[in-house]
Design a protein around this ligand. Sequence first.
Ligand SMILES: Cc1ncc(COP(=O)(O)O)c(C=O)c1O
Length: 391
Amino acid sequence: MTHTHDGAGRGPGTVSVHGVHAEPRRAGDPVVPPIVQSSTFYWGHPDDGALIYSRLGNNPNQRRVAEKVAALEGAEAAAVAGSGMGATAMTFLALVAPGDHIVASTYLYGATHKLLRDELPRRGVDVTFVDPYDVDALTAAITPRTRVLHLELPVNPTLRVFDPEPLVRAAHAGGVRVTCDATFASPLNFRPMDVGIDVVIHSATKYLGGHSDLIAGAVAGPAEVIAGVEEMMKLYGPALDPHAAWLLDRGLRTLEVRVERQNAHALELARWFEGRKGVAGVLYPGLPSHPDHGTAARLLKGFGGVLSVILEGGGAAADRFVGALELASAAPSLGGVETLVSQPRYTSHVALDPAAREVAGIPDGFVRISVGLENLDDLKADFAQALAAAA
Ligand SMILES: Cc1ncc(COP(=O)(O)O)c(C=O)c1O
C-alpha cells in the first residue's frame, strides 16, 4: 500500500472514501456530504474570511475532491477544472508567458498536442516536440527560455511507458518544471511525483470519475503552482460545476477497487488475446512482449485497464470486430465501469495518414479496449464471437 499525503499516512482506498478532513459525525447528519449547489456564499467583509465563489473552485464539493486528489498524488495542493483539457490548458497558462518555451513529448493526447502545436504559439509560446526515448535530443532541446517539459505516461493508445527519470533529471538541471498527464494510470498505478515530476494532470472524466457520467479535470502539484492554476481558472472560468464535483467525489470512493479489478482483467484479457486466431499483436505493458515491459514493471504499481489489439485483416477486420460486439461498445473514452473500444484511426489519430500511423505503431486494424467491470467470462465470450465475425 502506498501511503497518501493526507497527514495521517492512510492508504488510497481510505482517502478515496473519507477524504482528508474528518467530517463531523453528529446524529442526523448525512453520511454522504451533500451537493452544495450554490454559485456563491454569504460574505460581506474581509473579516468574514475567505471569499467562496464556485468559479474560484472553492465550493465545498470542489474543495473536497481537490483535497482527495492532492492526497492521492502525494502533492501539496490540487485544483479541479471542468474538463481534462481545462486542467491542461490552465496549467500551461499558469507556467508560461509570451517568449517562453515548452518542450513536449511527441506522444500526447490529440487535443493536448494541438493546444501545444497551434494554440500556445499563437500566444507567443514556442513549443518543441521531442521523442521521450531520446534523452540526448530532449536535453539538447532545453534552452534558457524553456519553462516546462510536458509528458504523458502511459502513452495512448500504444501504452508505451518510457522512463521519465532521466528526462526529469535533464529538465531539473536546466531549471525546467516537469508536468505529466497521468490519466491512463490513475494515482493508483503511477504517482508521477514519486519520480520527481512536479505537476500531475488528469482527465478526471476517466478513472477518477470512473462512470462515464461527468467531464472533469484535476491538477496536483506544489501549492505555488496550484495557486497559479487557480488564478488562471478565475480568469478563464473553466470551473467544475458543484454537481459534477459531487459525482466525481462519489466516483472517487471506489477508485481503488475499480482500478484493481480493471488492472487484473486487462492483464487477463491481454494474455487471452495474445496468439489468438485473427490477432496480429497485443499491446499491454503487463505482457513480457510489450517493448516497455521492464520499465513498466519497475515504474507502475498496476499495468492499467487499457489494452490494444491489432487485428489481422486491417481496418476492415477491425470494423467487423467492433460492429459485432454485443457487451463491449464503441465509444471514444476510457476508465469507466463499462468496457469501451475505439479505433484510433477514427478518433485520436484521425489527422494522421495511414503511413504516419503505421510509423507511430498504430496500423489499421488497431483497436483500443478500455476494460470495465463486467465479469471476465462474459467479456471473453463477447470478444470471441466478435473475433469470429471479424475473420
Ligand atoms: C490522456 C488524456 N488527457 C486528457 C484528455 C482530455 O480530457 P477531457 O475529455 O476530460 O477534457 C483525454 C481525453 O480523452 C485523455 O485521454
